[in-house]
Write a protein that binds this ligand. Structure first.
Ligand code: COI
Length: 374
């Protein structure tokens, strides 16, 4: 079994290099407190943003924490035309003692590096990645909610900022981190979601950017997602672009299948699927619990037949934003099946609890996955 290896933690965070320009008009305490009660995903943002600039001549420089606010952009800025952009997603969790921690940020730093290489963007040093998270969270620590299943979602991103319409890698790049208090990604919380399998649109193809976390992949998923919504479904599942027969991922989440005998099956990270940090962590937790874990192609026909004859007992989606979200219905052209009677299954609930217990500090971090931010 190959899971995402824990990257070596070589670099110290460069937190002290970030010069803080404090927001002169932060959100008033009472307004912030109200925003933290039941935060919806990605709607409200904190008082600051971390930022580092790159130019071909100077490399990465000007590390800072600025007041959160609009970015002034020339209409000819390269990212607006050629989508040279990548991002990450991770969360800061408040523990019972008030400390604020994040989960496996080294894995996100490594994935940002791989995404940068694929999109011809400069590689941000791991120390700057960790430092940017720490500098921002220390400044905005009051924004980390403490309600059940709430966290501060951190969104690092990098884009081509050069004013130039020629098609080549940008000579100027901006890296930023913004933060948003969040609750469950799906409005229904743990309520199982319904999935429509797209058979006429693909998210990524061989040799493309599917394994990179770049905005373009998400843009490609929006039309099929809209079509799924129009049919009354919550999310769309993509198949591979070569054979249109193997299950890949949901666009913003990986997908995991649990067989009736307890075997856990998930599509391999073949180059067109995002290598999810949550995915890898869950596979590790399930393997250590004694489940046989198979990373192998999952033919749609096998999944549909398994749901029909009961040999597939659970299906769930996983990702940083979605955590572990049970799938209660899977449908596409010519099939429509309830999954586990439309209820969350026991393996799904177990692994969700196991993961979140580590993330929220309710269980011992035996894997060394947590990293203190504040
Ligand atoms: C995440 O899980 O962090 C994601 O980036 C998925 C989505 C919200 C874009």
């Amino acid at each position: 079994m190959s899971t995402l290896a824990d990257p070596t933690r070589v670099a110290d965070p460069t937190t002290d290099a970030f010069v803080v320009h404090r927001n002169p008009s932060p959100v008033p305490d009472a307004v912030r407190a109200e925003a933290l009660v039941a935060p919806r995903f990605g709607q409200v943002f904190t008082d600051h943003m971390a930022r580092v600039t790159w130019t071909a001549g100077q490399g990465w420089h000007d590390h800072r924490v600025d007041p959160y606010g609009p970015l002034a952009m020339d209409p000819a800025t390269a990212v607006l035309h050629y989508a040279q952009e990548i991002f990450e997603g991770l969360k800061a969790y408040r523990h019972a003692d008030g400390g604020v921690w994040t989960f496996r940020p080294w894995a996100n730093a490594a994935r940002l590096r791989r995404s940068a290489e694929r999109l011809a963007l400069p590689v941000l040093p791991e120390g700057d990645f960790l430092g940017s998270l720490q500098a921002l969270v220390r400044e905005d620590v009051a924004w980390v909610p403490d309600g059940e299943e709430t966290s501060l979602y951190l969104r690092p991103f990098m884009y081509a900022s050069e004013k130039f319409l020629g098609v080549r890698a940008s000579q100027e790049v901006e890296y930023l981190v913004i933060a948003s208090p969040v609750g469950p990604y799906f409005a229904g919380g743990l309520q199982p979601v319904s999935i429509w399998v797209a058979q006429d649109h693909h998210r990524a193809g061989p040799g493309g950017t599917g394994a990179a976390k770049c905005g373009g992949n998400y843009a490609a998923s929006l039309l099929p997602q809209q079509e799924a919504y129009a049919r009354g479904f919550d999310q769309v599942c993509f198949l591979d672009a070569t054979t249109n027969s193997q299950v890949e991922e949901l666009g913003g989440m990986n997908v995991v299948v649990v067989l009736a005998d307890g075997t856990v099956v998930t599509p391999p990270v073949s180059g067109s699927i995002l290598e999810g940090v949550t995915r890898a962590s869950i596979l590790r937790l399930l393997a250590d619990r004694g489940h046989e874990v198979q990373e192998r192609p999952v033919p749609l026909t096998e999944l549909v037949a398994g749901l029909a004859d009961g040999s597939v007992s659970e299906v769930f989606a996983c990702g940083t934003a979605a955590v572990v979200s049970p799938i209660g219905r899977l449908a596409g052209e010519g099939f429509d099946h309830a999954v586990h009677g439309g209820e969350p299954g026991p393996v799904t609930l177990h692994v969700r609890e196991r993961l979140t217990d580590v993330q929220y500090g309710r269980a011992q971090d035996t894997y060394g996955w947590m990293y203190r931010l504040a």
